[in-house]
Every structure is written in C-alpha cells, then in structure tokens.
Design a binder for this molecule. Structure first.
Ligand SMILES: Cc1cc2nc3c(=O)[nH]c(=O)nc-3n(C[C@H](O)[C@H](O)[C@H](O)COP(=O)(O)OP(=O)(O)OC[C@H]3O[C@@H](n4cnc5c(N)ncnc54)[C@H](O)[C@@H]3O)c2cc1C
Length: 450
C-alpha cells in the first residue's frame, strides 16, 4: 500500500485555454468522470485541473475498501425518493465494485486488486447487537442472505481472521482490496491514454458558469465539474458545503511469518470493527496491516490537509487499537502514518449534480465511502453531461444538495463534542459489557443526524 512514492509532476496549465469540459480535482471522482466521458464522446476536449498531483487527495491515501457501502443513509434516500430508488442505489453500488475492478484490469492497473469481500467483527456485546441490527435491515434494502451477506459465528470468523475478543460478525462478497495510490495513478494514466490532459500544480480559485479561474489562467468551458470532496471549502463561496473530516491511518512494517500466523489472515478481505469510532483495516498485498480511523476528526475552521501529516495522538490511538485487535502484533513496528480529508454533507448523504442551464456539475460528500461511489458518480455525470437519461440519472443521490454547515465556532464545537461522545460510548460499552448502544452515542447520532 502506498508504495508508489511521490510522482514526477505533470505540466501545469500554460495560461488561459478553451475546453469542452473542465474538471476540477484529479481524485477518483474527477478521473472517473474524465474516463467515462472521453470514452463515450472521444471528440470532447477535456481538461483536468489539479492543485498538486493526480491522487494527492483522499483517493491516493484511503483504506483501500472498494466496497458497496452506499455513500449516505438508506433511510434518507428512501424518504426523499422512495424505497425502490434507494434499493437501486444499493444494486448500482454492488455493480460498481465489479465495474471498477474490470476497468482496472482492462487498463493495466488491476494486478493487485482482489475481490475477497468485506468482514465486520464485533468485540463487545453492544457491538454485536448493533451488527445484528444492521444485518437485519439488509433484506429490506434488497440484499439477499447467503448471496449478498452471511453472518459468521466466532469460530467461522476465526477461520478467516484471528481478532482478539471476537464475538463473530458478518461477511459480504461485495468489496475488493485496492492499493489506493497505485489504483489512482493507474487510472490517471488510463485517462491520459484516452487523450484527456491533466494539468498539475494548478490551483482553481473560483468556479463560475462556463469557467474555472485558476492561478495560471482561465479555463473556459461549457461544462465545469467540481470534484474536490474534502477540499471543496477551499473554493470561493463553498466554505460550508462539506465538513472536511480527517481520517488517519497507520501501517506496520512487513509482518514476519510468526506475526502473520498470529493474525491468521490469509485472504484479501477488508475488515472493519463495529465501534462508534470505527476502525477500517486491510492486510496489504505485501504482508502488512494497515489500520485507519477518525483520529482527530476535524480541525477548526475546516482547516484541511497538512500534507498528510498526522497528529501524534492519532498515531498512538490507532497503534493501540491495532494491538487490541491483534495482540500478536505488540512488537510490530509502525512503518508510516498519514491522514487525509473526506467530505461530509450536512445530511450525511452524497450528491451528484448537473445544471444544464449553467453547465456546472459536481459530485462528492461520500461520508467515507468514496472509492466505489466515485466510479458510480463518474458514470452518472457522464450521462447527465451528455444529456442522456439513464438508470443512473434516476438514482436518489442525483440532484441532492444538503444545506450548508453551521458557521464556526459551532461547527468545530459540535464535531469535537460528537467524537468525544463516540469515544466515551466505546469505552463504556467495553467496561459495562451491556448489549445495548451507550446513551451518549445514541444522543450523538440524533444530534449529528448520522
Ligand atoms: C484516510 C482515508 C481513508 C479512507 N478510506 C476509504 C475506504 O477505504 N473506502 C472508501 O470508499 N472511502 C474511503 N475514504 C474516502 C475516499 O477516499 C474519498 O471519499 C474519495 O477518494 C474522494 O475522491 P475525490 O476524487 O472526490 O476527492 P479527492 O481524492 O480528495 O480529490 C480531490 C483533488 O482535488 C485537489 N484539489 C484540492 N483543492 C484544489 C483546487 N483548489 N484546485 C484544484 N485541485 C484541487 C486535491 O489535491 C485532490 O487531488 C477514505 C478517506 C481518507 C481520507
């Protein structure tokens, strides 16, 4: 994971230019949009504008879960557009996992992508109760037991991965393991091969109908796509659109055979726990364990991205969670840590938008499930921009924009208090051993609308 190193920069925008489509941000959203648009309409002149380099943002540094988890809340999508539409989003996410894997293979960046599914483990009675409640909802969401998910007893779970204190969990086949940097760099190269130009080292300051105004000139284009997710607030007029939520990761050195045996994880399943301060984990293709979590979730005034640097407190917290779950790794050295930002809309539901009148389009706010969502968003934006109504343009996240977040300091106080409540609830649930979600987490869910 993240074995690519820092790439050599592509050329910056040479000055003002004209294009058919300007895409702002070269993460997975911008790149998938460019990929599908150019394939469908090769005559389009597409310019991707990127402040740093393609894959610099969350897309190049995530936990590598190419998962079918929908980017938002099923009940909210169902409430706004009906249950059939919300179920359609679930099915399209499942199909998008397969689609992204197939394109990666066909375009030569899928050699390490493995679709072994996703497991969630419970390590306290309250976590187990929550997992069972989540699984009980899946059939209503259109998931078929045995096909789309399977409950695992503690011993069945243990056959796949040895997690200390495991009370069992569930497995779903709809997830693939990726190395995010390799994947995004590979996608960028595929986009270039199609004839799209990616301008790096080019900061977009403002977007307006038919133009992206950068520090190096203006790109005039009938369609301008905003694909900045956690960085959206850096654009003029978009400061409170998404809350830029930090997520941090640690990765061990390559494990010894003995350490690997203690973990017992031979497949490429992705692994998550069921804590409120949720940990997402992968065994990397080169035999390390990478674990991520919220760390320090939010900086005052939506401050984002200190070039990936991670607070010491977050590294300690993630390192101790790793050893709690895998005590056999007590001596494993952490090789790296890093952080990134993802985008959270006020209603915790992602949106994909295109206004034919202004030519402005955007996608993002995937609340931590952006890897597969970006593929689906890219195909959906293709259809919207080309004016071709499809199953995708009818999905319930199309045309969905939440209200802005509250101004500071309210936003910082609320976000910090919520995550303190979740940490408190996790500790209390372990301490009491009760099979019930702790009150502070229930209140936090109510307040946040999560
Ligand atoms: C640590 C971490 C772990 C995660 N784990 C997972 C996971 O396992 N599975 C999952 O589904 N999701 C995960 N996510 C979320 C997921 O990675 C993101 O939702 C997704 O990658 C967003 O892609 P994007 O292209 O919309 O945004 P980004 O990848 O953030 O891309 C935005 C790009 O815009 C550029 N940019 C910023 N400002 C400007 C500007 N002014 N002008 C031009 N360019 C600009 C940035 O440099 C960046 O390259 C994780 C996120 C983080 C941070």
């Amino acid at each position: 994971m993240h074995r690519e190193g820092r790439p050599v920069l592509r050329a910056a925008l040479p000055g003002s230019i004209e294009a058919d489509v300007a895409i702002v941000g070269a993460g997975m959203t911008g790149l998938w949009t460019a990929y599908y648009l150019k394939r469908a309409a090769p005559e389009l002149d597409i310019a991707v504008l990127e402040k740093e380099f393609a894959g610099f943002g969350a897309s190049g540094r995530n936990g590598g879960w190419l998962s079918a988890k929908i980017p938002g809340q099923f009940r909210r999508f169902a409430k706004s557009r009906g249950i059939a539409a919300a179920r359609a989003l679930e099915r399209e996410m499942i199909a998008s996992v397969v689609e992204a894997c197939e394109v990666a293979r066909a375009e030569g960046f899928g050699d390490e992508v493995v679709r072994d599914g996703l497991m969630h483990v419970a390590t306290s009675p309250a976590q187990l109760a929550r997992l069972h409640a989540q699984v009980a909802e899946l059939p209503d969401r259109g998931w078929i037991e045995g096909e789309d998910f399977r409950l695992l007893t503690p011993s069945e779970f243990d056959e796949r991965v040895h997690v200390a204190g495991s009370m069992g969990g569930y497995w779903s086949p709809h997830c693939a393991r990726i190395d995010p940097a390799r994947f995004t760099f590979g996608l960028a190269r595929a986009v270039e091969r199609l004839g799209v130009t990616i301008y790096e080292g080019t900061t977009v300051r403002r977007i307006q109908p038919r133009a992206a105004i950068t520090d190096r000139g203006v790109v005039s284009a009938p369609t301008v796509v905003r694909a900045l997710e956690g960085y959206t607030g850096s654009l003029e007029g978009h400061r409170r659109r998404f809350l830029p939520m930090n997520s941090s990761m640690v990765v061990t050195e390559r494990l010894t055979d003995e350490q690997l045996a203690s973990v017992g994880w031979r497949g490429a399943e992705l692994l998550g726990d069921a804590a409120h301060n949720f940990a997402y984990i992968q065994r990397t293709a080169d035999g390390r364990i990478a674990l991520g979590g919220r760390g320090v979730p939010y900086d005052f005034a939506s401050g984002f991205d200190r070039q990936g640097r991670t607070a010491d407190a977050a590294v300690t917290q993630l390192g101790s969670r790793l050893v709690q779950l895998f005590p056999g790794l007590a001596d494993a050295r952490l090789a790296h840590s890093w952080s990134g930002v993802l985008g959270v809309p006020r209603d915790w539901c992602a949106g994909v938008n295109h206004d034919p009148a202004t030519g402005l389009a955007d996608a993002g706010g995937y609340v931590g499930h952006g890897v597969t969502s970006a593929n689906l968003a890219g195909r959906t934006l293709r259809d919207l921009i080309l004016g071709e109504p499809s199953e995708l343009t009818r999905l319930p996240w199309v045309g969905r924009t939440a209200r802005d977040w509250e101004p500071e300091p309210l936003r910082w106080i609320a976000a910090s208090a919520l995550y303190a409540a979740y940490r408190h609830a996790d500790r209390a649930e372990y301490r009491t051993g009760r099979a019930r979600t702790h009150a502070s987490a229930r209140i936090a869910d109510l307040i946040s609308g999560r």
